[in-house]
Design a protein around this ligand. Structure first.
Ligand SMILES: [Ca+2]
Length: 251
């Protein structure tokens, strides 16, 4: 459980090393032991003020003229919140993409329907798109989970050799959760850009309509806000997976 809070604590150490260094280790241990557990094992608490409408202006596109010229951005201007009010969110999200017990690689060939069934069986639920986005971008509204400048090696993305020429099928380029330590959101959530493309529920849709977030290992937008909405609740493939969300405990 303490393990779930490591990224948040690590951030605190980086920003306030002087203060923490002045505390006796025993004191730090005591405060951790008493900290309430808002989220279950393997989940991260996400809390803050979410901006529904954000402006993210690209300063430098990467690709030549054509259908994909506005997909990959090398550098974004500082993000601007266009909403009059932000919305306070507090929830838990899986730090990793879902994997079957005992497996190191995240589970692919998963549809929104699979995600719904599995998350429910674990006492969780499919994430709302707004939740997924906030867990990815934080209050800073980062375009990429790791910042404003694209880094081809931060996450499992930007692979150009993605199709097996013999079969015409996508090559399986999944990576384990700990494979890309710089591919973390401000909340310490991993692989929100690249690796598996993840199913979420579009906010306010009844019955639930799926969107897919973060793209996968091929060159794509890979931003927190971009979404693929062309697929239905049953679509699945080499590149599709999910992670779950849940309510945060108030104890
Ligand atoms: Ca992902």
């Amino acid at each position: 459980m303490v393990e779930d809070q490591v990224p948040l604590i690590t951030t605190g150490v980086a920003e306030g090393a002087g203060l923490l260094a002045s505390l006796a280790p025993a004191t730090i241990g005591l405060s951790l032991a008493k900290a309430p557990q808002a989220c279950g094992e393997g989940m991260v608490l996400v809390e803050g003020d979410y901006c529904p409408q954000v402006e993210q202006r690209c300063l430098q596109w990467m690709d030549p003229k054509g259908p994909y010229e506005f997909f990959r951005c090398a550098k974004y201007a500082p993000s601007v919140c266009k909403s009059k009010e932000r919305r306070h969110l507090r929830f838990c999200i899986d730090r990793e993409e879902y994997s079957e017990p005992g497996e190191s690689l995240p589970a692919n060939f998963r549809s929104w329907t699979h995600a719904d069934k599995t998350c429910r069986s674990l006492g969780k639920r499919v994430c709302q798109e707004s939740e997924w986005q906030f867990a990815c971008e934080g209050e800073e509204m980062r375009p990429y989970p790791y910042g404003w400048e694209r880094d081809a090696s931060a996450c499992n993305a930007d692979h150009f050799d993605v199709v097996n020429p013999a079969t015409g099928q996508l090559i399986d380029r999944r990576s384990p959760g700990d494979s890309h330590p710089r591919c973390e959101s401000p909340f310490g959530v991993r692989h929100m850009a690249g690796n598996l493309e993840e199913f979420v529920t579009i906010d306010g849709t009844t019955p639930a309509r799926p969107a897919m977030k973060g793209a996968y290992w091929q060159p794509s937008r890979n931003t927190c806000r971009a979404a693929q909405t062309a697929h239905d609740r049953y679509y699945n493939g080499m590149e599709t997976g999910f992670r779950c969300c849940s309510e945060a405990s108030t104890d």
